[in-house]
Design a binder for this molecule. Structure first.
Ligand SMILES: NC(=O)c1ccc[n+]([C@@H]2O[C@H](COP(=O)([O-])OP(=O)(O)OC[C@H]3O[C@@H](n4cnc5c(N)ncnc54)[C@H](OP(=O)(O)O)[C@@H]3O)[C@@H](O)[C@H]2O)c1
Length: 253
């Protein structure tokens, strides 16, 4: 089985790579920056923005896990129009696995709307596929919202809820899909607990014994409301076991 992982230098891609090291699959990787320490694995430069390198990346591949994404820069092209062209080139693929995000059809955020468009492109294609939505990764929430205190305060929209999941558990789940029948839209993969950003920041302060405090703010608008209402969560799909607290504790080891 020849398996291609796109976005191999990213958070999900590099975690997939670690876990695939011990598999029997013939693994190929693609991204624009070459990940470090991959002398034993085939890596191909490719760019979804320009299409460069795509033919070489997909050559002789049976299954693709598509972890390439660009939420900020050129997102419309990488997520939608470039993705559409990519799909046009991979009609021979036996299984295309597309990691997506819980609640993207209900949250008014441009990147999520583009991912929803991509899901629909895939659904309407003839490519055998599995779309699996996960909740936000632990490290993503930490890095985006509670990475740097300002004047000893983490200033956060405190009522926003997350059900974050460990990227290693999601990567393992995706690898488990490789040899399964394509499922179309599969069940969501969400983290073990639903907690507010305020509670997440407090956990970080306690675990790291930080002198910081949390300053909780409210934000106007539909985006803030959808996260406060927990549209990005799925309480009946608590599939991950590693809690945000355990993720923080593991980082200290
Ligand atoms: N982060 C989360 O919390 C989360 C939660 C649920 C689902 N997901 C989904 O999981 C997937 C992976 O997310 P991630 O957080 O691992 O992303 P990430 O860390 O930002 O990695 C993105 C990858 O895409 C590659 N890339 C960016 N622009 C590209 C381009 N023009 N052409 C080809 N490759 C390009 C990047 O490598 P180069 O720059 O080297 O090309 C990188 O390897 C995405 O579909 C995302 O929506 C993420």
């Amino acid at each position: 089985m020849n398996l291609l992982v796109t976005g191999s230098s990213g958070q999900l891609g590099s975690t997939l790579l670690k876990q695939l090291n011990s598999s029997d699959y013939q693994v190929k990787l693609t991204s624009r920056k070459k990940p470090e320490g991959i002398e034993h694995v085939e890596w191909v430069y490719s760019d979804l923005l320009t299409g460069e390198g795509i033919e070489e990346a997909i050559k002789d591949v049976d299954v693709i896990i598509h972890a390439a994404t660009s939420p900020i820069k050129n997102s419309k092209i990488v997520e939608v129009s470039g993705f559409k062209e990519f799909l046009g080139k991979i009609q021979h693929i036996k299984h295309f696995i597309y990691p997506s995000i819980v609640g993207i059809d209900e949250i008014p955020f441009k990147y999520y709307q583009q991912k929803y468009e991509a899901e629909n492109l895939l659904k309407n294609s003839s490519i055998p596929h599995t779309i699996v939505r996960a909740t936000q990764f632990h490290h993503f929430v930490e890095n985006i919202f509670i990475s740097k205190p300002l004047f000893k305060r983490y200033i956060v929209p405190g009522n926003v809820k997350f059900q974050s999941v460990d990227v290693s558990e999601f990567a393992n789940h995706l690898i488990g899909l490789v040899e399964k029948e394509p499922q179309g839209r599969a069940d969501d993969f969400a983290g073990p607990d639903i907690i507010t950003l305020r509670e997440m920041a407090e956990l970080k302060i306690n675990i790291n014994n930080e002198p910081n405090k949390v300053l909780s703010i409210s934000l106007p608008g539909k985006l803030y409301k959808s996260f406060s209402d927990g549209k990005n969560t799925n309480p009946i799909r608590k599939m991950g076991n590693i809690t945000f607290e355990e993720y923080l504790l593991n980082k200290m080891v």
